[in-house]
Design a protein around this ligand. Structure first.
Ligand code: 4AD
Ligand code: MG
Length: 431
């Protein structure tokens, strides 16, 4: 007997097949009983009819609990009313395991409970839809860079130094005599890569020991980070726009069913076409203050401010030239206006906030040395980074796109925690 996956079952109309899966629910109306199976590729109804289905199967029926694992054999038959359009007329069932009482039932559960059962929650159709969108986002992002001649260069996770500020570093004891840190960003290594390959990107997990319990913060998240030699702020602003357009396009083309399942307003995503609005930090501060806040020039946007700016536009908004003081040490200052950095953030619309951060890097060794000192970073750990300015320094720029925030926005999620299979938050390390 051929074992088939549910998504391919239509090709076996009229034939006998075996489907392996888990029981999502069952119902019986005396003579006919239905077993609904899922196998990760879809759901299918397995129909047992008194007089036609094996007696043994009918006797088994009362024992079959939710999430029991089964191999169901029977004839595939078209049925417009069945979910997926086909059903299996059961002849026999092999039980792999009768599941214990399943903790997740169709009734409402609190988020804490679901998060404690994340390993099981992943089986639900909503989580399935979100994580399949995530897959499409990642594929689209990689393809975008691959098609433009970028080389994938994996950055290390264990690093000797900070990249995005020492207050959010996870420290690790490295064989007793040294400290290591979990990478906050692959950027510094991508700068070395850009000097070797011209255009590179990394894609991997990054870590922030941020004591923030907001709907936008994870302690472990995935970032895709391109870096380009002989490039400036303008180049990466355009590149960031192109990337986000490509990601949304791919998700709309390949994951329409999942977006529908999530109840996402697709018309909002269909508007994500170039050009995106571009504003300076100064203009963005004005938008915040016009909304009734009193934000002084020179501060970074808080979560509430970000929401205001994000809501102000239909499309993602590109904000450039923040005060250098609030940005990381590696940013290049604007030669025409040294108090601002040649940096860029992109905020997703609908209140989702920052999804991209990046800019042009300081390429002058003397200035960079001063910046490292000012940031009170240990100079010796940055010697290799200084080398990049000693041996053929060139203007270069790049950015990082956070995968989870992008997925959260595209799926219309309330909290970023559902956009990653096993979220790590300040108060969540299990399962
Ligand atoms: O703005 P960030 O901190 O930029 C960097 O790390 C740069 N070194 C990247 C670069 O230029 N190569 O982070 C970039 C993006 C943010 O815009 C956001 O999408 C995501 O990473 N991000 C987080 N996502 C979830 N939880 C957190 N705690 C995040 N912190 C940043
Ligand atoms: Mg940022």
């Amino acid at each position: 007997m051929e074992t088939v996956t549910i998504d391919a079952i239509g090709k076996y109309d009229g034939r006998n097949v075996t489907v392996c899966g888990w029981l999502t629910h069952k119902r019986s109306s005396g003579r006919i009983s239905f077993l609904v199976l899922r196998d990760g590729t879809g759901i299918v109804q397995a129909t047992c009819i008194k007089g036609e289905t094996d007696e043994q199967v009918l006797e088994l029926y009362p024992e079959l609990t939710q999430e029991s694992s089964l191999a169901v054999t029977g004839k595939v038959q078209k049925d417009e009313r069945a979910p997926g359009g086909y059903e299996v007329l059961v002849t026999s069932i092999e039980v792999l395991q009768i599941a214990e009482t399943y903790p997740i039932s169709p009734k409402e559960h609190g988020v804490g409970f679901l998060m404690d059962h994340r390993h099981l929650w992943l089986r639900s159709s909503r989580q399935h839809a979100i994580l399949r969108v995530r897959h499409a986002v990642i594929n689209a992002a990689r393809k975008f860079f691959d098609d433009q001649g970028f080389t994938l260069l994996d950055a290390p996770i264990l690093t000797p130094s900070s990249c995005e500020g020492t207050t959010t570093l996870f420290e690790i004891d490295y064989f007793g005599d040294k400290k290591a840190f979990l990478s906050q960003s692959g950027q510094l290594y991508m700068e070395a890569g850009a000097m070797a390959f011209g255009k590179v990107y990394c894609f991997g997990p990054t870590f922030r020991a941020e004591k923030s319990k907001t709907r936008r913060h994870l302690t472990e998240f995935w970032m895709i980070e391109p870096e380009i030699a002989f490039a400036d702020l303008e180049t990466v602003m355009k590149l960031a726009e192109g990337l986000v357009v490509a990601i949304v396009k791919e998700v709309l083309e390949t994951r329409g069913q999942e977006l529908h399942e999530l109840g996402r307003d697709i018309t909002r995503l269909e508007q994500i076409q170039p050009p995106f609005p571009v504003v300076t930090y100064d203009e963005a501060v004005q938008i915040v203050n016009d909304a009734g806040e009193s934000m002084p020039w020179g501060e970074d946007f808080g979560g509430a401010h970000e929401t205001i700016v994000s809501n102000h536009f239909e499309k993602p908004v590109i904000i450039h030239r923040y005060p250098a003081e609030v940005k990381a040490f590696y940013m290049k200052n604007d030669p025409d206006r040294p108090e601002v950095a040649l940096c860029v953030d992109m905020l997703a619309p609908e209140g989702y906030g920052e999804i991209i951060g990046g800019g042009q890097r300081e390429d002058d060794s003397t200035v960079l040395k001063e910046k490292v000192e000012k940031a009170e970073l240990p100079a010796k750990d940055f010697e290799w980074y200084m080398d990049l300015r000693r041996y053929g320094s060139v203007p270069h720029a790049g950015f990082g796109l956070g995968i989870e925030r992008t997925v959260g926005w595209i799926c219309g999620l309330e909290h970023v925690r559902e956009s990653i299979p096993f979220p790590r938050l300040m108060d969540r390390l299990y399962p």
